[in-house]
Design a protein around this ligand. Sequence first.
Ligand SMILES: [Ca+2]
Ligand SMILES: [Ca+2]
Length: 257
Amino acid sequence: MKKAYVILVVLCVISIIFGQTFTDIDAGLTGVREGSVAWGDYDNDGDLDILLSGSTGAGYVSKIYRNNSQTFNTKPNAPSNLSSQMGALSTVLSWDKATDNETPQNGLSYNLCIGTESLRGDLNASMSDNATGYRKVVDLGNAQQNTSYTLNKALPNGKYYWSVQAIDHAFAGSEFAPEKSFVILSTPQNVQIKHKDDFIKLTWNEVPGAERYYVYASDDPENDFINVSKQGIFTNLSWTQTIGFEKKFYYIVAVLR
Ligand SMILES: [Ca+2]
Ligand SMILES: [Ca+2]
């Protein structure tokens, strides 16, 4: 039973990668116990090979099984239409799905590089070569199979650079999409709220560099805040909305756009 362990693991990994029905091809892998197995492109020819180690009962072995298939994998195309959306407590980065010759579109994963300088990735390391997209690990991208990524922390003021690549079923990385950037501005200060009759008026101090402001509201400061900017009217450094007498909590966000 234990001897079959490594082979079963290999078959499970294959199933996870391709997500389809598979047939035992009697690959002839050595049966081992107390072993481990890993994918890796040791000869750097674009296909995955297998490293297997463990005990056969007669001794310990470590073997590399080279993939000699004549069906070659090609890199995915880079994702497109990158955009960023700044919120009160988060920044959401999004992109369109990429395509690949071998992997169905919905089977691709995505991998982000985010940093304070171009191609630096100090905020979110890609574990790829940020210039070529060459994948340095055998793994899904850090955004998994999502087409958006949320930075849930309040970032320090400054300019941030980001890009994303697609990863296919053989864990080959596309080139990174043309790099984008976004700017985090300081939080508006001296926010005042006046509630008169059935309307509310928010005012705040100007934030240098800001081209517009967003207003976020919530019924409970512990819950999610929703962008309600379009529900009111901006006039210079103020925003008014008719709300009746509901209890509300507000954030103001300065945006460079
Ligand atoms: Ca290989
Ligand atoms: Ca491919």
